[in-house]
Design a binder for this molecule. Structure first.
Ligand code: GLA
Ligand code: ZN
Length: 650
């Protein structure tokens, strides 16, 4: 069965509204609602006094209309009485100031007191509903780490960070040596002297910053896994467990694949636009985010918050045009979403999210958005088999959180953004409508033909060796700049000519480097088959001297026109491309086409702005077609209205 529904907060409305709302949701064509997340006080109004009678009534009413239910454990929003009795549960900002009650997720993952209260409410609510047939899935907390909640600089975190280091390093001497604390006389005599990297004059030690990031990830994932284990050991056999992943996952301080590891499936909150943005993020960036979520557990996923209305807390964002939010839903299904709930049934009239618009607005009129959801549900509801079918991609884009956190701690170029640089190398294959996996770097690579490795400047021998084997066996690797610069200690290696561990693979050495800005764009000259394809770099450049590689693009500016910017090397049975800077889309598109041609990878041509995604189920083959533009477009002789989406059987 395909679950299609909305996020419903019955507690936000007068009791007499429930029957009308349930009927309205039913008329959408929905068969599931998500309830419960954030409602801790309603379930435990005073310490130890658990009361589920409100949700008992709501669930009874939902069952009369045959609804299934996703129930959220409410640990993202603790009650005021808890903060009042135990202020030590509150997380602290980078200046060590305790965050105050209000907002959400302002608890410390390392507070033993918080963990015990969170464990109690989690256990109680799951015990109460473990035999409830209508509740088919538990959502743990809400968007772990979102809105800055992944960071806490409180005293408890400082102590536990020092313990973490004591357990990781054999001695303080080993830590001093690996971190290079001799620099600026920062040698520690004892682990208890090591600070959390709160604001200081200039910047902290790079090894300290990376270890702090790893510790943050362990702290958040430790809490998430503790709550997950409680649910798993308490729930009914018919119930599954998930948590909802927020956007901006590369700007979070926790490893998402590790976070999701104990869950039954991934849930994702898909917001192509939010408060303050005057337009949605690029279609390829939205697509990449879907592929990232499918890659977390290497299987299709749910969307439990699909944007339908303009969103914002204090500042509201862009209004999705007619059928644009429906088109984004088709795009989600294309990329492996198997079940989908829209956020949210109706925007609340009070509280911090009164400007997070839902399917129905405050006027309670079932208008354009209501009809758009109705049409999507009716169009997609019978394609469950297709939506559940696995996606086989020939192309993998690799990421590694150590590498991401190291970049975030030292961005090297003022305008560097990791997500932008990953999408830069994802886009040439997206533009060909090829299937792409976005996966952690430690995953098995042998089933792929192409492995894309964006700005992997922190890399260990293991990854280098795995990539070497992959290329030797006939694969293609696409590196971008600063590859292999540092080890997992976040430091460079004396006497190592860059690109360090992968110099033989790349077939070129880097003699010098330059940090550029996004507006400092340098013209390149294409060589041979690229001579007519304009090339430029911004953000960064590596000055390459080919050794066994061929130069595809040369720099053209004074002093540096003898250096290569982009190279291609043959190695073993395979090939390695090195993109030595923030290369422009046109040049990367040409490189991407050369790669897919060489490997005979399935691509579908379409005009820019029309995304096409092939999905197969048994003998059947379908094309998901999405017009991301506000203009009429054409695909295979068929007209597509602005923001139209379509499922075509081939
Ligand atoms: C996130 C949260 C929701 C809500 C929406 C508003 O996805 O999960 O609780 O805050 O954003 O856009
Ligand atoms: Zn803390």
């Amino acid at each position: 069965m395909t679950y299609l529904g909305v996020d419903y907060y019955p507690e936000h409305w007068p009791a007499e509204k429930i029957d009308e709302d349930i009927e309205g949701i039913k008329q959408l064509g929905a068969n599931i609602v998500r309830i419960g997340e954030f409602a801790w006080h309603l379930m435990e109004p005073e310490e130890g006094k658990f009361d589920f009678s409100y949700f008992d009534q709501v669930i009874e009413k939902l069952k009369q209309e045959d609804f299934h239910i996703m129930f959220g454990t409410p640990t993202a929003t603790f009650p005021a009485w808890l903060a009042d009795q135990h202020p030590e549960i509150l997380s602290a900002d980078e200046y060590g100031h305790p965050r105050v009650f209000g907002g959400r997720r302002q608890y410390c993952f390392n507070s033993d007191v918080y963990r015990s209260y969170a464990a109690a409410i989690t256990r109680k609510v799951v015990e109460h509903y473990k035999d409830e047939p209508a509740i088919i899935v538990w959502q743990i907390d809400n968007e772990f780490g979102h809105e800055g909640s992944d960071m806490c600089w409180c005293g408890s975190c400082e102590k536990k960070f020092q313990t973490y280091l004591t357990e990781k390093y054999d001695s303080i001497d080993q830590l001093n040596e690996e971190w290079g604390t001799i620099f600026w006389g920062q040698t520690y005599n004892d682990f208890s002297e090591i600070p959390v990297p709160k604001p200081t004059i200039t910047t902290h030690n790079p090894s300290l910053k990376l270890e702090w990031a790893r510790f943050r990830s362990d702290s958040l994932n430790g809490f998430a896994h503790e709550m997950t284990e409680i649910v798993k050991e308490t729930k009914g056999a018919h119930q599954q467990v998930t948590t909802n992943v927020s956007g901006g996952f590369f700007s979070k301080w926790f490893d998402h694949a590790e976070n999701l590891r104990p869950m039954d499936f991934v849930s994702y909150d898909n917001y192509p636009v939010w408060g303050g943005l005057e337009e949605p993020i690029a279609p390829e960036a939205i697509a990449m985010m879907h592929d990232f979520n499918r890659g977390l557990l290497d299987k299709n996923y749910w969307i439990v918050e699909e944007l339908m209305g303009a969103q914002g807390h204090d500042v509201i964002g862009y209004l999705p045009r007619p059928n644009q939010a429906k088109m984004w839903s088709y795009q989600a299904f294309a990329h492996g979403c198997s079940n989908l709930l829209y956020f949210r049934w109706r925007g609340m009239t009070k509280g911090a999210e009164q400007f997070c618009y839902g399917v129905v607005d405050h006027d309670n009129v079932y208008g354009r958005k209501y009809k758009e959801v109705q049409s999507l549900f009716s169009e997609i509801k019978d394609y469950g088999e297709l939506l559940d079918a696995p996606i086989q991609a020939d192309i993998a884009v690799l990421y590694d959180y150590d590498n991401i956190w190291a970049w975030r701690s030292q961005i090297q170029s003022r305008d560097f953004d990791f997500t932008d640089e990953l999408v830069r190398l994802y886009r040439p294959f997206y533009n060909q409508n090829a299937a792409i996996d976005v996966i952690p770097a430690d995953r098995e690579l042998s089933s792929y033909k192409v492995v894309v490795v964006p700005v992997m400047h922190v890399m260990d021998e293991t990854l280098a060796e795995r990539l070497r084997t992959f290329v030797q066996n006939g694969g293609t690797v696409l590196f971008s700049y600063r590859t292999g610069l540092k080890g997992k200690d976040n430091n460079l290696r004396l006497g190592e000519v860059q690109p360090g561990l992968v110099r033989d693979l790349v077939g070129a050495r880097i003699e010098e480097i330059e940090s550029l800005t996004k507006d400092h764009r340098l013209k390149l000259q294409g060589e041979g088959r690229f001579s007519e394809v304009p090339g430029t770099v911004s953000i960064w450049r590596d000055l390459l001297v080919p050794e066994t590689a061929e130069a595809l693009y040369q720099y053209t500016d004074a002093f540096y026109d003898s250096y290569a910017a982009v190279t291609k090397n043959s190695f073993g049975q395979g090939h390695v491309y090195y993109i030595g800077g923030g290369l422009n889309e046109e040049a990367l598109d040409r490189i991407g086409e050369e790669i897919t041609e060489h490997h005979q990878i399935e691509t579908i041509s379409s005009v820019r702005g029309v995304e096409v995604y092939r999905r197969r189920s048994g003998e059947d083959s379908y094309l998901f077609v999405m017009n991301h533009t506000s203009e009429e477009q054409w695909f295979q002789g068929e007209s597509l209205a602005p923001f139209e989406s379509r499922l075509i059987q081939e």
